[in-house]
Design a protein around this ligand. Structure first.
Ligand SMILES: [Fe+2]
Ligand SMILES: [Zn+2]
Length: 480
């Protein structure tokens, strides 16, 4: 399947709306406005064009409430709603709609529609739900797909809905919890609201930069640093202490390090009998780390503790997302190979433990929307064997070379000589890193090695988790 057909398929799905059963309005409305907005409900959604940029798409309809019962019900409560002067936590009305098999719950600024089966599955009683671990304890085996309410009642002055079900079970639903339930996750996940912004050589002067002390002591600075990492895939910290172990402390502000075959952390310095080319003074081509893992570490951080005074030792970075955009535009005929053919990577080494790791990855991976997801390039550990038909080898090399050239395009690359006390964090699924060679000074013995960086890995799951927790802390958002 070509990229073009992949994108066409995506656009024909209209998935963002097809399972949406809630009508959302952004500001408090009167009941009559609610009826109007829901009966003409349309929404825009976004398609991806071939350069991964979101463009505004056509309009699509979602299920429309037109049944007269609901209209009458809303009208009946119009006066009440006006009197309540938009107490947005208080439920105005709740009623079963047997035709649609959902419960309609109305607040002054929001009308929620909650399918019977979903409500029974999400009962908040002590028997069905265990609050201290925010977990459902009811078993799927006990869920009757045809369950329906015998009664729906608003209680506790509009702060609770109670349903008595056809099987006799009684379910309470607190108003504030129920109102937060939307059938669109982006509404309440702060990490889903961020988009990835690609960059080129101009970025060298625009790298988001943060103070070490701020990130370590202020939740909003930690959050901004992580947001920058999501959006740009490359962020800098300055003013870190010049000692080993600093990154471990920084990791603890987020979660914990990702343990890999190089241990909990690693030192990038010149070693004899090195287990990785990184541990030499040789130049290192641009690469992502550890593509021989099926689940590659999401983020790498490098902390500069010592730096060579003379020429060399710069780190190079390039945005794989921008390179992929360029290849798609300039060599569409090779893009299919990059997204379909798997390249083998392997590591045979002795470091933290003995390893023989192997994984095959496509050069470029797209997500379910046809947008850039990740890139795998690491010529140092690309395996000598290729699990492809021999007739295809030359064409695959052509694709690898074209991608290489796009990454190394001078419009795409930046050179940064990390200074002592600086920490660079980068998205290892997206941003490639490399290093120019340098001369090792050993005049003062082992202790005087002239360049020392310490590195750790972190995973995206932990980062996103921390971002949600900080969002709760800073904005007081409730856990669902
Ligand atoms: Fe590396
Ligand atoms: Zn229950």
């Amino acid at each position: 399947m070509s990229v073009r057909t992949a994108i066409l398929r995506t656009s024909s799905l209209k998935a963002p709306l097809s399972n949406s059963v809630c009508t959302r309005v952004t500001s408090p409305l009167t009941t009559s406005q609610l009826v109007r907005s829901s009966s003409t409900g349309t929404a825009s959604y976004f398609l991806q064009n071939r350069n991964f940029k979101s463009v505004k798409g056509t309009k699509a309809s979602w299920p429309i409430i037109t049944n007269s019962a609901l209209t009458q019900q809303l009208s009946r409560h119009a006066t009440t709603a006006a009197k309540q002067k938009a107490d947005t936590k208080q439920i105005v009305s709740a009623a079963a709609n047997d035709k649609r098999k959902w419960v309609e719950v109305m607040w002054s600024d929001y009308l929620g529609r909650y399918p019977y089966v979903w409500m029974r599955d999400n009962c908040r009683c002590d028997e069905c739900y265990y609050p201290s671990c925010h977990s459902r304890s009811m078993l799927m085996a006990n869920l009757d797909l045809d369950v329906h309410p015998k009664s729906v009642e608003v209680k506790e002055d509009g702060h609770l809905v109670e349903i008595v079900w056809s099987d006799g079970h009684i379910s309470p639903y607190p108003s504030d919890w129920l109102k937060l339930q939307r059938f669109d996750k982006t509404d309440y996940d702060p990490t889903k609201k961020l988009s990835k912004i690609s960059w080129g050589s101009e970025f060298v002067n625009e790298i988001p930069t943060f103070s070490f002390d701020d990130v370590m002591t202020k939740s909003n600075a930690l959050q901004e640093w992580l947001k920058g990492l999501v959006e740009y895939g490359l962020v800098k910290i300055t003013g870190a202490p010049l000692e080993l172990g600093v990154l471990n402390k920084l990791c603890r502000k987020v979660a914990f390090e990702r343990l890999t075959c190089y241990g909990h952390d690693f030192r990038v310095e010149s070693l004899f009998n090195a287990s990785s080319l990184a541990y030499t003074s040789k130049a290192l081509g641009l690469h992502v780390d550890l593509p021989f893992y099926g689940y590659r570490p999401g983020v790498q951080m490098l902390h500069c503790i010592k730096q060579v005074e003379s020429k060399g030792g710069e780190n190079q970075f390039a945005d794989g997302k921008r390179a992929a955009e360029r290849v798609l535009r300039e060599h569409p005929e090779l893009f299919d190979i990059m997204t379909k053919v798997k390249i083998d990577f392997r590591l045979i080494a002795t470091d933290y433990i003995d390893v023989h790791l192997q994984e095959a990855q496509t050069m470029i991976e797209l997500d379910e929307n046809g947008e850039f997801k990740s890139l795998a390039k690491n010529d140092q550990v690309r395996a000598p064997y290729m699990n492809i038909p021999v007739e295809d080898v030359a064409k695959v090399y052509k694709a690898m070379k074209v991608l290489h050239d796009a990454i190394y395009d001078e419009r795409n690359m930046i050179d940064v000589k990390l200074q002592k006390g600086e920490i660079m964090a980068f998205d290892n699924n997206r941003v490639l890193h490399g290093r120019s060679g340098y001369t090792v000074s050993m005049e003062g013995g082992e202790d005087s090695k002239s360049r020392l960086l310490e590195g750790v890995f972190l995973d995206w799951d932990e980062i996103y988790s921390r971002m949600r927790l900080i969002d709760e802390e800073l904005r007081g958002t409730a856990r669902l």
